[in-house]
Design a protein around this ligand. Structure first.
Ligand code: ZN
Length: 549
């Protein structure tokens, strides 16, 4: 028998409990055909000697805003690493504005008022931008600051009369002056002018994101929110993803989550009121490169912004327990309609109050139309009591926590939740011990999307200042790796062809500098991605050493 490739002299961690380790793997037609002794007598067109390097399945980020990661590469970066103070931030915005044509938008990404001391201010932005409209997005993507010219272009020339829409809020200073801060649904007061995005711009971003993913060992990702009014770029987003694939630019396997507000009535379908996308397209359509996944819905906001709906007040914000993004009845009706129409659901719930609302809605859907193996997801699950953890496990739901949040946002969680409730934050081990296939994710670009530092945080659970963040919820390196490969595939019903290196699965794998379970836990983040294989081909090779022998 002759196959395409044999990778040999490797230290392979397969994540398959039936054969956890191997030295050789054979590949034919982009799929794995066997290991070690199964390859005896088999010849291959190319043999690749890895010199003893560690290999793991390709990483899969279960909640990764792929298109945003790419598009942000084309905007000004104002994240705390490059703009640690308001003064520096204003300076960067002023310089960037000076390079833009007169009247052009000045868009920047990634500020965090927790690190700056306060949000940037509308009137300062008026002074430094030379009359140009300015839109500064917060790192959480749940709020932004815009200047007067931006509001005028968006249809709000008189800011003394501006009011917040339902599910949103505005920022005012002590004197009652509007500061330009728009939160949650209020972001759309300005953000509507950016949609729909030109397809070529979006495709350029998808290309950039795909290249970035290859360098970082991400071979698959789920994109939480396309095609919506609140999340996504326009009603024809998926067309751009398909075009990127047609042009050979997409080297990352993507599962796309349409946003709930793109769904609509479809007339009678199978004796029920149909609800979904045109033509009745729903979760599962597509192939191993580009698939329609769950429908994404937001129940509440963010912890960093203190807008997530909590059972009790924020530790540092008395009389604020956050709020739901839409009224509970509408949210539940939408979730039930999606469930009864065969959709997998991915519901964003950060606060423990929002979590109850989502779990109630899932239960209402099941009561109306029982379905097996739905794997309805709850994105983030930032705060969950023991009872809520038990309810998630019993329901067969998939919680989708973010590893990287632990270090980058952990100190902020402590301020928001206080020490006692911090123990309930971003629980992981309780789920794994309860038999849940936990996925790995980052919510990039909310924080940066590299898988290894995120996996590191799932094991170490320390904030940037070194404080423990719920150490009882720490995973072993093996559990974290399983989450970042098999778990993320399971979270979108794709574990039967990827996530583990087993015969018949896709040949997506990563060559690392060190074994994840072979270094001290505090060094996992320093492990480097040396090469990335997608579909049986090395698409990234840091040192150019993988030319076949
Ligand atoms: Zn997200």
């Amino acid at each position: 028998m002759r196959i395409d490739t044999i990778i040999e002299n490797a230290r392979i961690t397969t994540v398959d409990p039936g054969r956890p380790r191997a030295q050789r793997v054979g590949i034919l037609g982009g799929r794995i055909v066997g290991f070690d002794e199964e390859l005896e007598g088999v010849t291959a067109d190319s043999r690749i000697d890895l010199g003893g390097a560690p290999v793991v399945p390709g990483f899969n980020d279960a909640h990764f805003h792929f298109s945003m990661v790419g598009l942000e590469m084309t905007q000004l970066d104002i994240s705390p690493t490059v703009a640690p103070t308001l003064e520096v931030l204003y300076q960067r915005v002023e310089e960037f504005a000076g390079t833009r044509p007169e009247g052009a938008w000045v868009r920047a990404q990634g500020y965090d008022q927790n690190k700056l001391g306060q949000h940037p201010d509308r009137e300062v932005l008026d002074r430094i931008a030379g009359g140009r409209p300015v839109y500064l997005q917060h790192s959480s993507h749940h709020m932004a600051v815009a200047n007067t010219a931006a509001f005028a272009l968006a249809g709000y020339p008189d800011l003394t009369r501006i009011t917040a829409p339902d599910g949103g809020s505005l920022g005012f200073d002590e004197r009652g002056r509007f500061t330009g801060l728009i939160q949650e649904q209020a972001m759309d007061l300005v953000a509507h002018v950016f949609r729909p995005l030109q397809h070529e711009e979006l495709i350029e971003g998808l290309d950039a994101a795909s290249q970035w993913c290859l360098r970082n060992g991400l071979t698959s990702a789920s994109e939480p929110g396309v095609g919506g009014r609140m999340i996504g770029y326009g009603p024809a987003d998926i067309h751009a993803f398909q075009t990127a694939r047609d042009r050979g630019l997409l080297k990352t396997r993507l599962t796309l989550m349409p946003y709930m507000d793109a769904m609509h009535g479809l007339g009678p379908v199978g004796g029920r009121d149909g609800w979904g996308l045109d033509h009745g397209i729903r979760s599962g359509l597509g192939d191993e490169w580009l698939r329609i996944g769950p429908v994404k819905v937001l129940s509440d906001g963010s912890l960093v912004g203190r807008t997530a709906a909590m059972c009790c007040d924020y530790q540092d914000a008395p009389r604020n327990a956050g709020y739901l993004q839409q009224d509970q009845d509408t949210l539940q009706a939408n979730i039930v309609a999606a469930h009864t129409n065969g959709w997998q659901i991915a519901a964003h719930a950060i606060g423990d109050r929002a979590l109850d609302v989502v779990l109630d809605a899932f239960a209402a859907g099941q009561a109306e139309a029982p379905r097996a193996n739905t794997r309805h997801r709850i994105e983030h699950v930032a705060v969950a009591s023991d009872e809520q953890v038990a309810r998630i496990i019993a329901g067969g739901h998939v919680p989708v926590p973010q590893g990287r949040f632990i270090s980058v946002l952990g100190d902020g969680f402590q301020a928001a939740l206080g020490t006692e409730r911090l123990e309930l934050a971003y629980r992981m081990r309780s789920f794994v011990d309860g038999g849940v296939e936990l996925p790995g994710s980052t919510d990039a670009p909310v924080v940066t999307g590299e898988p290894l530092p995120s996996l590191h945080d799932m094991v170490n659970r320390r904030s940037e200042r070194g404080n423990p963040v719920g150490l009882r919820e720490a995973l072993t390196p093996g559990q974290a790796l399983r989450a970042y490969t098999h778990g993320s595939a399971y979270a979108v019903h794709e574990e039967h062809y990827k996530g583990m290196l087993v015969r018949g699965n896709l040949a997506d794998l990563v060559v690392l500098s060190d074994e994840i379970a072979g270094v001290a836990p505090e060094r996992i983040k320093n492990i480097e991605v040396r090469a990335t294989m997608v579909d049986g081909l090395f698409q990234y090779d840091a040192e150019g050493v993988l030319a076949p022998a």
